[in-house]
Design a protein around this ligand. Structure first.
Ligand SMILES: Nc1nc2c(ncn2[C@@H]2O[C@H](COP(=O)(O)OP(=O)(O)O)[C@@H](O)[C@H]2O)c(=O)[nH]1
Ligand SMILES: [Mg+2]
Length: 252
């Protein structure tokens, strides 16, 4: 896979925010500060995912104040995958880095990912020590095993929200997942296209403000439903010629 040059660096930093009024400003300012240090051409893209609190208003104020900052609003809420894929599609720079909008990751560690882009097409951060309740860590472990078996993806921390992608990838793949499966979908479709994935450890911190929603039963159920759909989708596209797949009408 030919890689676009990393220097000068053209970079979008994007993060989804769902009811993150207590975090959005801190995360945005940190993205701007780090981004200005490493990128020659920077965009910081906040995806406000139909928040019911003041997230959207604060994000709009930051965009008015800071030239590099842009906001898109999902209305209503489209879920984690819907928010992330919106950021990926709307990103305008050559490289797209994403993280969470709740401040559990340190954007200051983003520069550590860049040297790996000399050797890999994508770089994925894995949490050295995950600072979440034990049930989340157990879920993640089982989920990781399942994804490895179903998609042949050997990623240490598939949902670690600290990854950098070439923007051009998002013009080549479909993104259908609206929930937590989005990372698995993007990485497995990328791997099928021949993209290589480098991995590096990153820090993780407890949430200090706002509500975690990633462990809700509805989130987990949606992830499983989308997992089966993606598996069918990827299998189908592997066994059928593209033209035949298109000709098959979609059942309602
Ligand atoms: N869970 C969830 N998070 C969303 C949604 N839309 C955007 N987000 C953002 O996705 C990030 C991860 O959410 P969080 O609840 O902290 O998940 P966790 O860290 O995996 O437990 C945060 O920045 C949220 O603000 C959504 O509909 N559901
Ligand atoms: Mg979180």
């Amino acid at each position: 896979m030919s890689r676009p040059p990393r220097s000068p660096l053209s970079l979008t930093i994007t993060f989804p925010c769902y009811n993150e009024e207590a975090n959005v400003e801190r995360v945005t300012r940190s993205a701007v500060e780090v981004g200005r240090r490493i990128a020659d051409d920077l965009e910081v893209l906040i995806v406000n995912d139909g928040s019911r609190d003041r997230t959207g208003e604060i994000a709009d104020r930051l965009a008015a104040e800071i030239p590099e900052v842009r906001v898109v609003h999902n209305s209503p809420n489209r879920g984690y995958g819907g928010a992330l894929s919106r950021g990926f599609r709307e990103a305008t720079r050559t490289w797209v880095f994403y993280t969470d909008g709740d401040g559990q990751f340190d954007i200051g560690e983003l520069p550590r990912l860049l040297p790996l882009l000399e050797r890999y097409d994508i770089v994925s951060g894995y949490r050295r020590q995950r600072r979440d309740p034990w049930i989340r860590r157990l879920n993640a472990w089982a989920w990781g095993k399942l994804v490895r078996v179903l998609f042949g993806l050997r990623i240490r921390d598939i949902d670690g929200a600290f990854k950098i992608y070439p923007r051009s990838l998002f013009d080549r793949i479909e993104m259908k997942s609206t929930g937590a499966l989005i990372d698995t979908e993007v990485l497995s479709r990328a791997q099928r296209l021949g993209y290589s994935i480098g991995q590096i450890d990153v820090s993780h911190y407890p949430r200090t403000a706002g509500q975690q929603t990633g462990a809700r039963l509805s989130v987990i159920v949606r992830a499983f439903r989308e997992l089966l759909a993606l598996r069918r989708d990827i299998r189908g596209s592997a066994s059928k010629p593209v033209a035949a797949a298109r000709a098959t009408p979609k059942p309602l």
